[in-house]
Design a protein around this ligand. Structure first.
Ligand code: PEP
Ligand code: MN
Length: 338
């Protein structure tokens, strides 16, 4: 249920509603909007009729059910777009957000060269995997904490915040301490224990869509994180599995307008994993922005042909610089700054 407070309701009135929601053994989530505050009360669906009694509380305008199965992620509870601040960077605001960096952290020289270069080209966030979910157990599995340290060093030198993946609940504390954004990869989109755990993180969570999750299932996964109390969730479409084999995955661009209707959360597209082919990445970056995405994540490497993972889909440094230049008119056309 969503409890809509009157415009100008006092803090004491909000607090009284929150206390009553807790007494009824629901979890209150206070969302302060520009005009009014709404309070989501989530919990046992079977008893939700009880919450209707809040209509008589001072400062309450209405109590309305949320019809969608995901509640906190839904535009039914919050119409305004969620803007997530990471240092000086905003994700979901007027300015587009470009995340760039290698698939995997491979070493100091590699990481620093890429970080300085993508920064000079105009990237806003650095990416790099320290824990890698690889299809084969015989391929490089990531540098783990050493990789996190190198990402932290790159952040120190460039000022770029960084995003990195966490694969297991046992790694969450460490990754949450180092990273600016915690990534949940495609393969873990329905790892509910992990989703609940990152719902307690201090940092925003970047939730990639699963290879074959529907938009509804994906938003339910976002709901797992939100319902644990972390309101800072970013959705990332990274391609789904279809019958097509010319590309590694099929980047579902239509997910962008669909998500716009269904959720207030920021939407980032990842055309690197979405296509798997370097030369197809730039056109799909432009298309992502045209479709209304809040930004993109792009794999970039200083020597893609020798990258330890995902080389074929990684742009080299000049290609990324060129992409950032060519992106400007698309950003303008979409009414966004870069
Ligand atoms: C990655 O970002 O390198 C990654 C492993 O992505 P995904 O989970 O989308 O495959
Ligand atoms: Mn990758």
């Amino acid at each position: 249920m969503v409890i809509v407070m009157k415009a100008g309701a006092s803090q004491a009135e909000v607090d009284a509603v929150v206390r009553r929601i807790e007494e009824m053994e629901y979890k209150p989530h206070v969302i302060a909007g520009v005009e009014r505050t709404v309070i989501g009360a989530v919990g046992d669906e079977r008893r939700k009729g009880q919450l209707q009694s809040l209509e008589t509380f001072e400062g309450v305008e209405s109590v309305v059910p949320i019809l969608k199965p995901y509640k906190l992620a839904s535009t039914e509870i919050k119409k305004e777009h969620t803007v997530i601040r990471v240092g000086d960077v905003e994700i979901g605001g007027d300015r587009l957000c470009v995340m760039a960096g290698p698939c995997s952290v491979e070493g100091e020289g590699q990481m620093l060269e890429i970080a300085h270069s993508v920064k000079a080209s105009g990237a806003h966030i650095l990416r790099g995997g320290a824990y890698k979910p690889r299809t084969s157990p015989y391929t490089f599995q990531g540098m783990e904490e050493k990789g996190l340290k190198l990402l932290a060093k790159a952040r120190e030198e460039t000022g770029l915040p960084f995003i990195t993946e966490v694969m297991d609940t046992s790694q969450v504390d460490l990754v949450d301490d180092y990273a600016d954004i915690v990534q949940i990869g495609t393969r873990n989109v329905q790892n509910f224990a992990l989703l609940k755990r990152v719902g307690k993180c201090k940092k925003p969570v970047f939730l990639k869509r699963g290879l074959s999750t529907t938009i509804n299932e994906w938003l339910m996964s976002a709901e797992y994180i939100l319902s644990e109390g972390n309101p800072r969730v970013i959705l990332c479409e990274r391609g789904i599995r279809t019958f097509e084999t010319a590309t590694r995955n099929t980047l579902d661009l239509s997910a962008v307008p669909v998500l716009r209707e269904l959720t207030h959360l920021p939407i980032i597209l990842d055309p690197s994993h979405g296509t798997g082919v370097r030369r197809f990445v730039p056109p799909m970056v432009y298309a992502s922005i045209a479709a209304g995405a809040d930004g993109v994540m792009v794999e970039v490497h200083n020597d893609p042909d020798h990258a330890w993972s995902d080389g074929p889909q990684s742009l080299d440094l000049p290609m990324f610089a060129d992409l950032m230049q060519k992106l400007k008119p698309f950003a303008d056309a979409a009414g966004r700054s870069l």
